[in-house]
Each structure stands twice: as structure tokens, then as C-alpha cells.
Design a protein around this ligand. Structure first.
Ligand code: PMP
Length: 356
């Protein structure tokens, strides 16, 4: 039976990525060797790393603009501390927008390094919207925000223009919509949503912002060292990087971010229209801040939960329950999820309405 995978991450990837990466484990580039048993310094793997780094920049429209792309380990969570380590001056200050669990995780780490100003927070409303109209202190060393709040289903539609480095955690919406990525000085994203399997994090850095603090940075946490070593300061996670390259190639062949954005908008429009039309359901986040990646929604009457759950499970849908901090349901519609899967879910929601 065909599966419709709404998992929030790790999540659905293009089928051709699974096929080609499986083949590379068995026989990489017709070498008679597995991708997993060759040196990361071999010509074949260096070519993978080089192409993945340049293709990431190309898709983001950042080639030739002073940016470097790295594929690091430690998850997006390690970036929560690498960012202040590399950007916050001794006795410096950082400004953060608190839009959810992951944003507040980043704030917690920044506080280990110095004064961390939370410019606005929607925590009191269980992060159901993106705060607006906030002021960022002009003497901050950088501003940090989270473009898409995976758990709560909210997404930033606008980003401030500031005279300081802007850092953005794009873990759950990178490569999904057209943005002027050159507004940002550091973009980071755990691979396991729109890019590849868990195990690597894409970090895109405008090189000129580094080296401005007096801090001594441990080597593995120093962006400059990773850049100098061309993302091979230590043994990189070869499989996640290779599978990420395959996903980036898939996206390029599809027409890049502009092409996938159209499909993502169509998927989001379809599900949100049904959430708003169907009297049994309601959306969990503010309409103007709704995420095109993660649609969070609730039943108006929990008494229908057992029937609804049985219906979507029988239709081959998986990964639909919401995060425990929101409850209800979360339809994660990452780049590789086809529109057809959203139609299956919408049909189930209609079927529930006809049954109760
Ligand atoms: N930021 C966001 C927006 C996330 O969704 C996640 C994980 N889902 C993280 C950070 C943490 O990523 P990791 O597990 O790779 O550390």
C-alpha cells in the first residue's frame, strides 16, 4: 500500500535519493567499493563534498557573494552554541526572537556566552504566532531568529533589516521558498527535513563576519577552521553528505527553489482550505503566520479522534499526530511530499465530516 509520510523529521525524501544512495552503499561510482568504505580524502568523495557545498550556495543564490557552505556534525542543536562562540564578543550582547521550542533552545545556549536579549516572545500564547513590531538593540553583536517553527506550525514571512549580522535557523524550511538569502550572514539547517538524512547540518556563512571576537574558540567549534579545511576538518559524515547532494541535485533538476515553492504553496493552500472549511477542525496557529511546511490543526471535538485516526491510518498516512506541546495533528509537507498525499488527507477529513 502506498504510504503518505507526514513525519516532521526525519522525513520523506525523494524516492530517487533512496534508490541512488542505496546503490552508492553497494557500489559507489562503479568503483566496486561502498561509499562507506572509502577514504573521505579520496578523489571521489572530495568531489561529492565540493559539489554539495557549491550546489547548496547555487540553489540559495549565494554563489560568488562571499559565502561558504559547510556540512558539519552535531545537528542544528550544536549551532545553537557555535553561533555565540563565533559571533558574540567578550562582554558582548546578542538579540534573539523567541518563536518556539527550538528558538528558546538557541537562547539557552547563548546565555552561556553573554547578555542575551529576547527582543520578543510568543511563549505566553504557546507560540501560536510570530511576534511583530519588536526592536532590536543596535549594539547587539548579532540577531538570531528561526524561520520556521516545526512544532508550532508558524513561519516568519518577513525578516528585519538590521545593521548587524543576521543568523537564521532554517532547519525546517530551507530550500522550500524563495527568500533573499543574502539578507542573512549565517543560515543553518539540520539536514533531516528538506535535505537528507539526519547526521549533517548545512551551515552557510558570510565569511567576512568571522574573526571579530576576542574569544579563543575550540577547533571543532570554530567556523573559520572548518572553512579553511573545506568542510573536512575531521572525518565528515559521508553518507548524510552524499544523500544531501542527491537531494540538492533532485531539486536543481526540478527547477530549483522557485519551482518547489509553487508546489509547496499548492499543498499548503489545499490543507489549510480544508482546515478552514471543515466544521470539525480548526487551525492551531495564527492565519497570517501559518507555515507552508508544517500545518498544525486540532479537532473541535476530541470525541471524533478515534474515528479520524482509524481513517487516516487505513489510508496509508503516517506521522500525523501533533507534537505533545500542541496536541492535535501536524501535517509536515516537506519538499518531497507530493500534492497527491495532501489530497488523500483532505479526502479523509471530508470523509470524517460525512461520517459523524
Ligand atoms: N531547529 C529547528 C527549527 C528544528 O526543527 C530542529 C529539529 N527538529 C532543531 C533545530 C534541532 O535539530 P537537531 O535535532 O538537528 O539538533
Amino acid at each position: 500500500m502506498k504510504k503518505h509520510n507526514y513525519s516532521a523529521g526525519p522525513c520523506i525524501l525523494p524516492q530517487e535519493v533512496f534508490d541512488k544512495s542505496a546503490q552508492a552503499i553497494l557500489n559507489f561510482n562503479d568503483s566496486g567499493l561502498s561509499l562507506l568504505e572509502i577514504s573521505h580524502r579520496s578523489k571521489d568523495f572530495v568531489a561529492v563534498m565540493d559539489e554539495a557545498r557549491s550546489l547548496a550556495l547555487e540553489l540559495l543564490g549565494l554563489e560568488g557573494k562571499g559565502y561558504q557552505a559547510l556540512f558539519l556534525s552535531g545537528g542544528a542543536s550544536l549551532e545553537f552554541l557555535m553561533v555565540p562562540y563565533n559571533l558574540m564578543k567578550e562582554n558582548g550582547k546578542a538579540a534573539y526572537l523567541d518563536t518556539g521550542t527550538w528558538a528558546s533552545g538557541a537562547i539557552k545556549e547563548a546565555k552561556l556566552f553573554g547578555e542575551t536579549v529576547v527582543v520578543a516572545s510568543s511563549k505566553e500564547q504557546n507560540y501560536n504566532h510570530i511576534p511583530k513590531g519588536y526592536t532590536v538593540p543596535t549594539d547587539a553583536d548579532y540577531f538570531h531568529c528561526t524561520s520556521n517553527n516545526t512544532i508550532f506550525g508558524t513561519q516568519m514571512k518577513d525578516f528585519p533589516s538590521l545593521e548587524m549580522p543576521i543568523v537564521c535557523d532554517m532547519s525546517s524550511d530551507i530550500f522550500s521558498r524563495v527568500i533573499d538569502f543574502s539578507k542573512f550572514d549565517i543560515i543553518y539547517a539540520g539536514a533531516q527535513k528538506n535535505m537528507g538524512p539526519a547526521g549533517t547540518t548545512l551551515v552557510v556563512i558570510k565569511e567576512e563576519i568571522l574573526g571579530k571576537t576576542a574569544r579563543v574558540i575550540p577547533s571543532m567549534l570554530d567556523y573559520a577552521k572548518h572553512i579553511k579545511a573545506e568542510s573536512m576538518y575531521n572525518t565528515p559524515p559521508v553518507f548524510p553528505v552524499y544523500a544531501s547532494l542527491l537531494t540538492l541535485q533532485w531539486l536543481k533538476n526540478l527547477g530549483g527553489i522557485a519551482a518547489i515553492e509553487k508546489i509547496n504553496n499548492a499543498k499548503a493552500a489545499l490543507i489549510y482550505a480544508e482546515i478552514d472549511r471543515n466544521p470539525l477542525f480548526k487551525g492551531a496557529s495564527a492565519i497570517e503566520d501559518r507555515s507552508i511546511m508544517n500545518a498544525t490543526f486540532l479537532l473541535n471535538d476530541e470525541a471524533h479522534a478515534a474515528t479520524f485516526d482509524a481513517l487516516w491510518k487505513a489510508a496509508g498516512i503516517s506521522g500525523l499526530p501533533g507534537h505533545r506541546s500542541v496536541g492535535g495533528y501536524r501535517a509536515s509537507m516537506y519538499n518531497a511530499l507530493p500534492l497527491e498525499s495532501v489530497q488523500v488527507l483532505v479526502d479523509i477529513m471530508k470523509e470524517l465530516e460525512s461520517k459523524v
